[in-house]
Design a protein. Structure first.
Length: 275
C-alpha cells in the first residue's frame, strides 16, 4: 500500500459511505454521520465515531477522528464548509448534478483510495442496471408526465439525476430539476404520476395530507391514485442506491411490467383528503 493512500476516512454524507462500501473499503471509514448508519447499516457496527454531516460539520468532531481524508457531498452550508477546512485534513468535496457526475465521483473516490478497478466495476454495474430498465421501457407508446419533489415546503423539484431516472423509466419529467415551484404550477402541468421523496423524511411523506392541502383533487395523478412516496435515500443519495430508486420509479410508471420493490408506498384511495 502506497503511503499516500488514505487509511482513515471520515464520510460526511451517506453517498460517500455507500461508495466506500461498494468499493469494499468500509474498514477505512473511521467516522460517519447518523444518516450514513441508517442507509448503510454495516457502519453501525464497531467503534466508528458519529459526526455531523456536511450541512452542520464541526471541525473538532472531524479532528477527533484523526482522519487523513474527509469526503463530503451535497448538500453543503457555507459555514460547514469552513468547519471542514478548519479541520486541516485533506478534503474531497463532491457536488454532483447528473448521473455522469455521480459516476465520475465514484471513479474519483476509487482512484484516491487506490482501487480504480473496483470503481469501474461499480460504475459498470450501475450503467447496466440503468440500461436494462431503459430497454424494458423503450416500447411505451406514450410517456406519462411525472412530477417528483425532494421537499414540500416550499415545493422543490427533485435533482437532475432524478429527472434522468424518470426519463430512463419511460416518463417525462415536467419541472425544472432542483427548482422551487408551486402547487398551482404543478396542477396546471397536469401530471399523470406524482412522486415525493423528501430529504430526511425516509418513507414518511404524508401523501393524503399534501394532496388535500394543495388542492390537487382534480390532478390526473390523484384521480387515478398514481401518487407515491419513495424512500428518501433511494432518490436523494447520489450513489448506487439510486438503482433502487429507479426500480421504484419504473414500478410507479408501469406496475404491469415491473414488480413492486421495497421503498415505495402508494397513496390511500379509501379516504377523503385533508384540506
Amino acid at each position: 500500500m502506497t503511503s499516500h493512500t488514505p487509511q482513515r476516512v471520515v464520510c460526511l454524507q451517506p453517498s460517500a459511505t455507500l461508495t466506500m462500501r461498494d468499493l469494499d473499503l468500509l474498514d477505512r471509514v473511521v467516522a460517519c454521520t447518523k444518516y450514513c448508519a441508517e442507509v448503510c447499516p454495516e457502519v453501525a457496527n464497531g467503534d466508528r465515531r458519529i459526526v455531523s454531516d456536511s450541512w452542520t460539520s464541526q471541525a473538532e468532531e472531524i479532528r477527533a477522528a484523526q482522519p487523513d481524508l474527509v469526503i463530503a457531498s451535497v448538500p453543503y452550508q457555507l459555514e460547514s464548509v469552513g468547519e471542514i477546512l478548519k479541520a486541516g485534513t485533506r478534503f474531497l468535496g463532491l457536488s454532483p448534478r447528473t448521473l455522469s457526475d455521480i459516476f465520475a465521483d465514484i471513479a474519483v473516490i476509487a482512484g484516491i483510495m487506490g482501487a480504480p478497478e473496483r470503481g469501474e466495476n461499480v460504475i459498470a454495474q450501475m450503467r447496466q442496471a440503468i440500461e436494462d430498465v431503459r430497454a424494458r421501457c423503450a416500447g411505451h407508446a406514450t410517456k406519462p408526465r411525472v412530477f417528483c419533489e425532494e421537499w414540500g415546503k416550499p415545493i422543490i423539484a427533485s435533482q437532475s439525476w432524478v429527472a434522468e431516472l424518470v426519463e430512463t423509466a419511460g416518463g417525462a419529467f415536467i419541472a425544472q430539476p432542483g427548482a422551487t415551484t408551486s402547487a398551482d404550477a404543478i396542477a396546471e402541468a397536469q401530471p399523470d404520476v406524482l412522486l415525493a421523496a423528501w430529504c430526511g423524511a425516509g418513507d414518511r411523506v404524508p401523501l393524503e395530507k399534501i394532496v388535500g392541502q394543495r388542492g390537487w383533487d382534480d390532478v390526473p395523478a390523484v384521480r387515478s391514485g398514481r401518487v407515491f412516496c419513495i424512500s428518501d435515500e433511494l432518490l436523494n443519495t447520489p450513489a448506487s442506491s439510486l438503482i433502487g430508486g429507479l426500480t421504484a420509479i419504473a414500478w410507479a410508471l408501469d406496475p404491469r411490467q415491473f414488480p413492486q420493490p421495497a421503498g415505495i408506498r402508494q397513496i390511500r384511495t379509501d379516504q377523503t383528503y385533508v384540506h
